[in-house]
Ligand binder design. Sequence first.
Ligand SMILES: Cc1ncc(COP(=O)(O)O)c(C=O)c1O
Length: 394
Amino acid sequence: MSHIVDQVSLGAIVQVRDRLLDQQARGRKVLRLESGDPSFDIPVLAREAMEKALRDGLTHYTASTGIPVLREAIFKKVTTENGLKVPNTDHVVVTNGGMHGLYIIFRALLDPGDEVILPDPMWTEIAENVRLGGGKPVPVQLREENGYQYDPAEIEAAITPKTRAIFINTPQNPIGVVASRETLEVIVKVAEKHNLFLVSDEAYEHVIFDGQKHVSLGSLPGAEDRTISVYSLSKTYAMSGLRLGYVIVNQPLFLDRIKKLVRCTINGVNSVAQYGAAAAINGPQDFTHSMAQEYQKRRDILFDALEEAPYVKAFKPGGAFYLWARIQPEWPGYGGQKDDWSMTNYLIDTAGIGSSPGSAFGAAGAGHIRFAFSCSTQQVEEAARLLPEVLQAA
Ligand SMILES: Cc1ncc(COP(=O)(O)O)c(C=O)c1O
């Protein structure tokens, strides 16, 4: 049996990013559609609050679960906007990004060998964090013919005596599918029937299109006491490098464990970033809304381009900033290969366009490709102009 950390990959997207950065350093123009990092600056109010925190010398240890002003802002937001029932601010835990939140959730929730059901394809780090928590990821395929909705019947069929939790992410990375309220309600019923926990990753709650409204799983009847929710300021306020996320956990046992894990992993998030986060959450939200509108515009530009391009069949996402496309059998391949890596490699080598091979997101992702449209609108427009002709020339 290998060491638990040896079961975690070094990351396919990192490999693509490193190649693009290397080419860029050598003077080549590259289009950064491989990873999901918002192109926007953070809200002015957040920047000013951080500048003030620095000037005021607020650079010392904070309470390890977060400064009171931030936890209160989060408490207000999740109880009003998300409709979560949370007893008090003690149940709000500030984390070093959503990623750290996921790590401590699975570490707190799982005993060795416990199973967690998750969608396939899925952001790679979910399965990795389940493994790091000693658990076993159990994939349930999202099917194109079902509009990539997570199917409660397939979830139920995957349940075994070892199942501990069902993981849900909406809007979803890498497909951009938004789970319908009906789907979420049935998933809660399945969890109730089998006495399972629910882990709800809402990192993209504000990147949602076409007038849809995000539904928080924990707000649904029956979900309140079995859901642990994780959020991120990376996408909502473009604060990705400031590493700010939070976990909402109602169950006292897991809350205790999560507090211990925060103390022993980070012992509190960067104090200055926390003041910025409080200002962002307490301030007007028009910044977040206009970002979502701009992402929707980029989605449409890129989707239309892929509709014109040969060899790919794109799915129009309802949220998040990724475009997922199936590679068609006619794809001639590149470098002697026909798999999803061959299309990613071809686009880097011939046009400097970044993408992620679908297989990076799980077995069901093989034969697909993901384009992120979180880079600038200008880069998205340029990629949209190039993609049909570059693929045509393959
Ligand atoms: C599905 C999903 N959850 C959580 C995160 C966490 O982001 P962060 O650690 O930047 O808060 C990401 C980031 O890409 C994501 O795609």
